[in-house]
Design a protein around this ligand. Structure first.
Ligand code: GRF
Length: 186
């Protein structure tokens, strides 16, 4: 596909969503190309995965939000990035960053937003005896996990569900949903 959208993925952790996106983006018809992976965590699995696939990586130490964001913005400009995908990125981006980037920033969250924003999602979902859970891809806004929803996928929670089993099931769902959300945007 000519004219793929130049994309940067922000990761802090394991990077299974990143890996799924890289594999999809290697398909000719998938609308984005991952040009850069940025992490605030030098030891993140995400950085290792990106290197394995030959993608440019940048570790930016999170000394302060301001410093991290201005370094990240300059990398995004340098690489002419037109889409940022957050994939397990554990920092909240400021209004300033969102305004200054001026292209799309999207995030994936492992719940059916607006329910269960924030961390420790699966435990809270189980504790409140929800019948369903799932994942949400949404635009990033200055309020945590609150931007406009692009796509959601849901699953039924079984009686014997544990945090571990729910996390595993929802991650599989996330890998499909993130790709579908991106296709729906471009
Ligand atoms: C995913 O559950 C994602 O929804 C959340 O953080 C987790 C990241 O997992 N924001 P991975 O690093 O992509 O495996």
């Amino acid at each position: 596909m000519v004219g793929k959208v130049r994309t940067c993925v922000f990761v802090s952790g394991k990077g299974s969503n990143l890996k799924a996106l890289i594999q999809k983006s290697n398909l000719y018809t998938f609308p984005i190309k991952i040009e850069l992976v940025i992490s605030n965590n030098l030891n993140s699995g995400g950085l290792k995965i990106a290197k394995k696939y030959g993608i440019n990586t940048k570790f930016i130490e999170f000394k302060s939000k301001n410093e991290f964001e201005s370094k990240a913005l300059s990398e995004l400009k340098k690489k002419q990035i037109k889409l940022v995908c957050l994939a397990g990125f554990m920092k909240v981006l400021s209004t300033n960053f969102i305004k200054n980037f001026s292209y799309k920033i999207i995030n994936i969250h492992p719940s059916l937003l607006p329910k269960f924003r924030g961390l420790d999602t699966h435990r809270r979902v189980l504790k409140s005896k929800e019948k369903y859970s799932g994942c949400t891809i949404h635009f990033v806004s200055p309020r945590l996990d609150s931007g406009k929803i692009i796509l959601q996928k849901k699953i039924l929670i079984k009686d014997n569900e544990t945090v571990k089993s729910l996390k595993k099931k929802i991650l599989i769902l996330e890998h499909k949903a993130y790709a579908e959300a991106i296709i729906s945007l471009f």
